[in-house]
Write a new protein. Sequence first.
Length: 151
Amino acid sequence: MSTAIENAEFVTVSIEGQLFGIPVLMVQDVLGPQKITRIPLSPKEVAGVLNLRGRIVTAVELRTRLGLPMRASGEQGMSVVVEHRGEPYSLIVDGVGEVMALKAEAFERNPPTLNPRWREVSLGVYRLDGKLLVVLEVPKVLDFLEIAEAA
């Protein structure tokens, strides 16, 4: 007898008006705007690095990773810190919302109409009162770093 997951919890973030969800168990910290130091010759998705309590954290601009336009100059994003393979990463988003517990039966696989770039980094979606919550698969979001390291 298998046990189905009743609820899944996500930290909701907004990017260019779109709602995304990051599995709550992956989130280590949520930070306001941070001083980010640019790294020469890094992939375009890497905004730079930031210092979080003495740890160097790679900052990834999710707008670039998802193929969205850059935010207007002067607008600063927020950081959602996640850990992947023992390393901390800051995912830069426009804003952070609430933690949502969603029922497993409301989860849907990615619709074929979802942007292909989003589909490759998403587990699926939830339809919420006229909005679509796209669930990000953090290892896939960060896989461009492994490709760059292998080159």
